[in-house]
Write a protein that binds this ligand. Structure first.
Ligand SMILES: [Fe+2]
Length: 145
């Protein structure tokens, strides 16, 4: 995959947790829109606006997942996975903040580098980390009914 291809949603992305999957679809759409807009506009203020908007939604989404972790006992029952998961959220936010701060300081990032990082991180995180959390929550919810 290179940074110019939009992410196509497919069933392998589904975690089985409706709240998470809905937000993931929004994140995928947001990234695809950003990718398309960046094709014809690489103005530094515009790129900064995109990273800022994405960061806001990503933080909101991480909060949703982290509340679900708390509520379903993931942090107690799967401490190592939960820890790794939280670290991935922190490192993503840290990287996007760094990109945004660089942009604010006039240091650009190429569309290719930005989109490759964002798309690569999201797909990898959904497939390897969120799906684990999803399976845990689905099992809890099934056991609770
Ligand atoms: Fe996550």
């Amino acid at each position: 995959m290179n940074g110019h291809e939009p992410i196509e949603w497919n069933d392998s992305f589904a975690t089985g947790v409706v709240e998470i999957d809905e937000q993931h679809r929004i994140l995928v759409n947001t990234l695809n829109e950003a990718n398309a807009k960046l094709a014809d506009n690489v103005n530094i203020d515009f790129v900064e606006q995109i990273t800022q908007d994405l960061l806001s939604y990503a933080l909101y989404h991480f909060e949703t997942e982290e509340q679900l972790m708390q509520k379903n006992g993931y942090i107690d029952d799967s401490a190592a996975d939960a820890d790794r998961h939280l670290q991935q959220h922190r490192s993503f936010s840290g990287k996007v903040v760094a990109v945004r701060d660089n942009l604010r300081a006039g240091i650009p990032i190429s569309r290719e580098d930005l989109i490759t990082f964002l798309n690569g991180w999201l797909i990898n995180h959904i497939l390897n980390t969120d799906k684990k959390l999803g399976a845990f929550i689905v099992a809890k919810r099934t056991a609770g009914t």
